[in-house]
Structures are given as structure tokens and as C-alpha cells.
Write a protein that binds this ligand. Structure first.
Ligand code: LMR
Length: 409
């Protein structure tokens, strides 16, 4: 008998974010709290199915008349709605056919399609992600065959963007280097570029001929739908060819339906056709065509004025609840006796708080309090509520008091 061909395969390490969810589910402690994965929970600790989603699902059920394949690039109405949401209802880029959008399997799927497309046409290009960045960025682009490097982004002393060092490095990159930017609600730091910084980047990208790839998974979770789109629209209006990965996982609470999109901005309509044809090849050779349900729901909500207004209202509620939890988190930490100043958490944006907690502290929180946090110190504020925040802050206070593991500023 010959040995198994799989015998030499080593065990892969758990995923730094989704692996935590697996460990959380296996934890028998009834008081466990998962602040790892970026999933919004309401005041009752539930991942909501939005009211507008329930309504649209009823409407869709009544009118869906086929389960045949979707086109390779997905639901056309959905792709059109994405363009308007990203670029604005009066965007000349859309009107002139300088944007192509394909439906994707969530934001991650959009990044992967974009990565495979870029690898095919820029095989020697370097890929640059912020330091730090979403845990999966490096792995995803490496899996697509890129050499992935980091550019300076977060200054942990000031809890702000280290823009000077960021620009200094980006200026040195060879033409056609690919630079991943976060459109809003930077994951993991929650520290975003200012409008002036976006404007500076536009000049830099143009003069250095860099390829921007904007990860835009949280439109509406920062300041608002329009406000959060500033950077994306600034690149579009400057006519810089660009890739944008967007997602409705968080903003529609449709995580498991995998609804996202990849939009590529080109320099003219004819170029758009060629680009689209190649992106479709990437999709066809990966998974052929996307699933229908989530995209139909999003398209229906975005195109119906009443449903759309309902969605914007529910989105506003989620955004405001996260803002409220940030302030409450800072206040409750103080009340629990934490002496370090965590006031910066209230100024961060989006689902996450980049706490500055050390790996050691994070491991103790998990082992001793069943409090799950990503090892970078990233905490999902959107999973806090008035019932669990006291226990969360007590746990952090006790770990900090016993070991003082926050690195000195
Ligand atoms: C996160 O950053 O936690 C989310 O985007 C979920 C994921 O896929 O990692």
C-alpha cells in the first residue's frame, strides 16, 4: 500500500480573525464575548437582519421567476447602483462609461478578482499595503502571486496617520506599483486620511503613475454615505485609473450572502470594454458567475426610493450606535480604574478600535476572561452593548493592572 499523497501537508495556522470566531464558538464559558471579527451587533447582541432587507426579500420572493445562471459579471442593476453609490448620482465618470463594475463575492472576493486581474497585466508590479492593514490583505495578494510590501501609515505615538513618512515612501515607488488604500474606516486602526491628504495623494499617484486599489468596505459607517466617499470620488474626478472593492456585508448586514463589487475606473469608454472583458475572464476561470440573492436584494433597496430611505435610516442607527459605544467604552474604562488615556478611541472611525493592547494582554484576556480580540489589539466596538461593556472594561482593567502591558507611548 502506498502512503497518502497528503501525508506531507502541514497544518495551517488558524486565520487571525475568523480563527478567533472558531475558538470563540468552542469556548464553553457562558460569559464569553467575541470582539474579534468585524460584525455589527445591535443593543441586544444580535446580528440584525435589516427591516428593509426583510421587506425586499418578501418582494423578491414574489417576483423571482428563474434560477438560471446570472451573467458572468452579475446583476446589471446591482452593478449600476454600486457605481452611483460609490461615485455619486451625477458622476461624469459614470455618464461617460469610464467605470466598469462586476458583482463580487463580498469585499474579499472583489479584492481577489482585482488582484488576479492586476497580476495578469502587471506581473512584475510590487504591491503595497498600509502598516498595519487588514489581516487578510497581505495573504490575499501574496496568494495572487504578488510580492507584498508595507508603507508607513499609523503613528502609534500620536494615534494618527504618519502622512509624511507615507508620502516619502510612496514617492519612491516605481511606476505602476499597486498601492492599496482604505476608502474610509481604516481597518484595523480606524484612523482615516483627511481630505487634504487625499488631495495630496492624487497629485502623487498621478505624477508617479501608481495604481490605486481602494478597499471600501464601510461606506456609511464613518461619517455618512457621501462623506465617506470623498477619497474614492476625488480619485474618480481627477481621472486617475483605479480599482475599488466595495462590500455590503456590514452596511446591509448581509455578511453571509457575500455581496460586494469590483469597480475599475478607466480613461475612456472603449478601454472600459476591454477591461471588462478581461475581468470577466478572471471570474469565469474562478467561479464562473456569482450567486443572485444578496445582489438582487441590495439592487431592489437601492433603486426603490422608500426602501432606500429606510436603509439610510437603519444605516444611520448602526453608525450612531457605534459612535455611542466608542464614548461609552472610553468612559467605562476610566470608571473601571484604567489610568492610561484611551480617549483616542472616541476619535477613531468605523467598527474597530485600535486599542494599543499588547499581544500579551490580548492573550491574557482570552485565556482568563474569554474576551476575544485580534492579536494586533484591534477591538470590534460594533459588538459592544450596554450589557456587555461593563464586563469587557473590567476584564481589560484587571489585565492592565496586573501586567501593565500597554507599551509606553
Ligand atoms: C474583519 O476585518 O473582521 C472583517 O472584514 C471580516 C473578515 O473577513 O476578516
Amino acid at each position: 500500500m502506498t502512503g497518502s499523497p497528503f501525508a506531507p501537508i502541514a497544518l495551517a495556522p488558524p486565520d487571525p480573525i475568523l480563527g478567533l470566531t472558531e475558538a470563540f464558538h468552542a469556548d464553553p464559558n457562558p460569559n464569553k464575548v467575541n470582539l474579534g471579527v468585524g460584525v455589527y451587533q445591535d443593543e441586544n447582541g444580535r446580528v440584525p437582519v435589516l427591516k428593509v432587507v426583510q421587506k425586499a426579500e418578501e418582494l423578491w420572493k414574489a417576483c423571482e421567476d428563474s434560477k438560471s445562471y446570472l451573467p458572468i459579471d452579475g446583476v446589471a442593476a446591482y452593478n449600476r447602483q454600486i457605481q452611483t453609490l460609490l461615485l455619486g448620482s451625477d458622476s461624469p465618470v459614470v455618464a461617460e462609461g469610464r467605470a466598469v463594475t462586476v458583482q463580487a463575492l463580498g469585499g474579499t472576493g472583489a479584492l481577489k478578482i482585482g488582484a488576479d486581474f492586476l497580476k495578469r497585466f502587471f506581473p512584475g508590479a510590487g504591491m503595497y499595503i498600509s502598516s498595519p492593514s487588514w489581516e487578510n490583505h497581505r495573504a490575499l495578494f501574496e496568494a495572487a502571486g504578488f510580492q507584498v510590501h508595507s508603507y508607513p501609515y499609523y503613528d502609534e505615538r500620536t494615534h494618527s496617520v504618519d502622512f509624511e513618512r507615507m508620502v516619502e515612501m510612496l514617492r519612491k515607488l516605481p511606476s505602476h506599483s499597486i498601492v492599496l488604500l482604505h476608502g474610509s474606516c481604516h481597518n484595523p486602526t480606524g484612523v482615516d486620511l483627511s481630505r487634504a491628504q487625499w488631495d495630496t495623494l492624487i497629485d502623487l499617484f498621478r505624477s508617479s503613475n501608481l495604481i490605486p486599489f481602494i478597499d471600501f468596505a464601510y461606506q456609511g459607517f464613518g461619517e455618512g454615505l457621501e462623506e465617506d466617499a470623498y477619497g474614492v470620488r476625488a480619485f474618480a474626478n481627477a481621472g486617475i485609473p483605479c480599482l475599488i472593492a466595495n462590500s455590503f456585508s456590514k452596511t446591509f448586514s448581509l455578511y453571509r450572502e457575500r455581496v460586494g463589487g469590483l469597480t475599475i475606473l478607466t480613461s475612456h469608454a472603449e478601454e472600459s470594454k476591454r477591461v471588462l472583458s478581461q475581468v470577466k475572464r478572471v471570474i469565469r476561470t474562478n467561479y464562473s458567475s456569482p450567486p443572485s440573492h444578496g445582489a438582487q436584494i441590495v439592487a431592489m433597496v437601492l433603486s426603490d426610493p422608500q426602501l432606500r430611505a429606510g436603509w439610510e435610516e437603519e444605516l444611520r442607527e448602526m453608525r450612531e450606535r457605534i459612535h455611542a459605544m466608542r464614548s461609552l467604552f472610553v468612559q467605562t474604562l476610566q470608571e473601571a480604574g484604567v489610568e492610561q488615556d484611551f480617549g483616542f478611541i472616541a476619535r477613531q472611525s468605523g467598527m474597530f478600535s485600535y486599542s494599543g493592547l499588547s499581544v500579551e494582554a490580548v492573550r491574557h484576556l482570552r485565556a482568563e476572561h474569554s474576551l476575544y480580540i485580534v492579536e494586533s489589539g484591534r477591538i470590534c466596538v460594533a459588538a459592544m452593548n450596554r450589557r456587555n461593556i461593563g464586563a469587557i472594561c473590567q476584564a481589560i482593567a484587571s489585565v492592565l493592572k496586573s501586567r501593565n502591558p500597554v507599551p509606553a507611548a
